[in-house]
Design a protein around this ligand. Sequence first.
Ligand code: XIL
Length: 376
Amino acid sequence: MTPTRRDVFGIGALALATGSVSAAPRGSWAADGLNAAAARKGVAYGSAVNITPLRQNPAYGRALARECGVLVPENAMKLAYAWRAPGPIDFSFADETVAFAASNGQRLRGHTLVWHEGIPAWARERIARDAEGFLRDWIGAMAGRYRGRIEAWDVVNEICGPDGGRADGLRASPWLAALGPRYVDLAFTLLHDADPAAAGVWNENDLELDADWIAPRRAMVLRTLEGMVRRGVPVRRLGLQGHLYAKHPLDQDQLRRFLRDVAGLGLAIEITELDVNDKNFPADLPSRDRAVSDLARRFLDVVLDEPATLNVLTWDITNANSWLNTNPQRRRADGSIQRALPLDESFARTPLWRAMHRAFSEAPDHRAARDRLRRG
Ligand code: XIL
């Protein structure tokens, strides 16, 4: 599903229809962007998009157009934003994101159909009564609306329990309570019915860290994926969120083995939400930037060595919009802005941008694996 790359000086049809933000011309800016470096190796780089700053600040849209080959709405396609109250689903923010990506010739990921967070009270109540009907309506409407326009959908998000409380490793959630473990297979099947061309993704957090509770977590994911593949469930990719933390080391060998095992099941891999929480790194900027870049580079080297890795997305592109800076609980205690992402608050490229650009440029060629996996 390679998009037609085109320099766009106008705006897409859907953007016109919804009266939304337009893209900037790509021109030569894009030629040395992160996606250009990644694409030379058959990988795509992209970012989460937040519609509010996109409406307010044209520089943000230009940066996304220049650096990204693939976008994902940060919140617009979530239940909590699109279906806040019973009645019609509000697609306006999602439509704007889709139109913006189309106007830049960028591919799109969908995020996220089933999550334990952000379920409005009215929906909880219906899930308790009629979870299957609710899932059918929701996935049918959301994935159906963008049928044929989404490369991959995060079908389930963060479904591993944090506590290891259950033998199957699943997290307690309204979905599990109502349907039991079968909600996972069901959600993937419903996506396939709504949009057969979209790859179904299991998106998960805390698979990339090194801590004693990570090995059983990875084993659970592998075991569950293996069962799904055996049963013919239409799961095509595993998403590693890639939220990295200064306080957690990275065991490159174990991560490498895990990615190999996932690829061994015939699945593709995506990094879906990369950023670096620098809370435990030093305050002074040069040292902090160095530590952030080193951690990201160590991670990306392993991820990009794996031929099954298709996409690397960061969770927004500028520190100004990072959830690590906008969410008070995630801010640094010293009040200084987290240096989590490839662009700073003025959209200037940071040392992390340079580390990522080098990682893409020095990565092995993924094109053969990509062409095989995209068809899969
Ligand atoms: C976060 C957004 O960044 C916030 O704006 C929102 O308030 C809550 O969700 N893992 C995910 C994302 O899969 O959907 C989360 O996004 C961040 C953690």
